[in-house]
Ligand binder design. Structure first.
Ligand SMILES: NC(=O)c1ccc[n+]([C@@H]2O[C@H](COP(=O)([O-])OP(=O)(O)OC[C@H]3O[C@@H](n4cnc5c(N)ncnc54)[C@H](OP(=O)(O)O)[C@@H]3O)[C@@H](O)[C@H]2O)c1
Length: 252
């Protein structure tokens, strides 16, 4: 059985990606940071569908803890799937943070950098010995890194996501020798718990976002999770080094 590692799958896009990857018959190791209950919900949803999933804690901003995480992944692989490798890595864990460029502190910059860029960089490096040849990596970037999604206040967040898109291309080149494909998705605004559950607390922002979206609504986690699952799977096996905007046509 194939196995995927999906970071940040206790809610939102990562939760949807984990569920849709599992529906394709792939076992899932999913991670959470603060929301263990959400991760257990994801496991329960996958198991209800007949799939297999294991939840592990991970702080994507603490690269010094990644070797211990790799050991935990290896134990889960051996205990649950009797394997020493896994096939798909989805670097999804992330949080947003906004401030005008003039007001962006080094603390905010560094915290976004650690979780959104350094995290995926060194987590992928740390897990590489366990990533099977012929596998796939999907990085979750953002349309904040492109002209269409450019909004004042997101210079640090968007810069990290832009870095992740560039990292995707370099990984695609270097890992291609092992047949590993690497792509990214760039969601537009999507109804998740991002920004301290901002869409639930400030639903008044939604109509304006929907009005700027060609397909006329806010994105939902499954709009993105299904694309991540497809990119990891065999149907899109000839795609590598690409970033796919998944926004319903934001600012089209
Ligand atoms: N929603 C959008 O509009 C949107 C648009 C473009 C890109 N994205 C990107 O999509 C990805 C998923 O976010 P989401 O929208 O699905 O938000 P979400 O519902 O808040 O989910 C974020 C996930 O990332 C985890 N996470 C946050 N900080 C972490 C850390 N330091 N270490 C490890 N895990 C951490 C959270 O874990 P806990 O909750 O367990 O702490 C949760 O599982 C992020 O990379 C985000 O930047 C989102």
């Amino acid at each position: 059985m194939r196995v995927a590692v999906v970071t940040g799958a206790s809610s939102g896009i990562g939760q949807s990606a984990a569920v849709h990857i599992a529906r394709r018959g792939t076992g899932v190791i999913l991670t959470y940071h603060g929301n263990r209950a959400g991760a257990l919900d994801t496991v329960a949803t996958i198991e209800k569908d007949g799939g297999t999933a294991v939840a592990l804690p991970l702080d994507a901003g603490r690269s010094e803890q990644f070797p211990a995480f790799r050991d935990a992944v290896l134990s889960a692989l051996r205990d649950t799937w009797r394997r020493d490798t896994f096939d798909h890595l989805v670097n999804n864990a992330g949080a947003s943070g906004a401030a005008a460029f003039a007001d962006t502190s080094e603390e905010l910059f560094d915290s976004l950098m650690r979780v959104l860029l350094k995290g995926p960089y060194f987590l992928t490096q740390t897990l590489l010995p366990l990533l099977a040849s012929g596998g796939a990596v999907v990085n979750v970037a953002s349309n904040a890194a492109s002209f269409a999604g450019l909004e004042a206040g997101y210079s640090a967040y968007g810069t990290m996501k832009g870095g992740l898109v560039v990292l995707t291309r370099y990984l695609a080149k270097e890992l291609s020798v092992r047949g590993i494909r690497v792509n990214s998705v760039s969601p537009g605004s999507t109804r998740t718990r991002i920004g301290g559950d901002a869409f639930a607390h400030h639903p008044e922002v939604i109509p304006a976002l929907a009005a700027r979206t060609a397909l006329g609504r806010l994105g939902e986690p499954d709009d993105i999770g299904t694309v991540i699952a497809a990119l990891a799977g065999d149907d899109l096996a000839w795609i590598t080094a690409q970033d796919i905007e998944v926004s319903g046509g934001y600012n089209l």
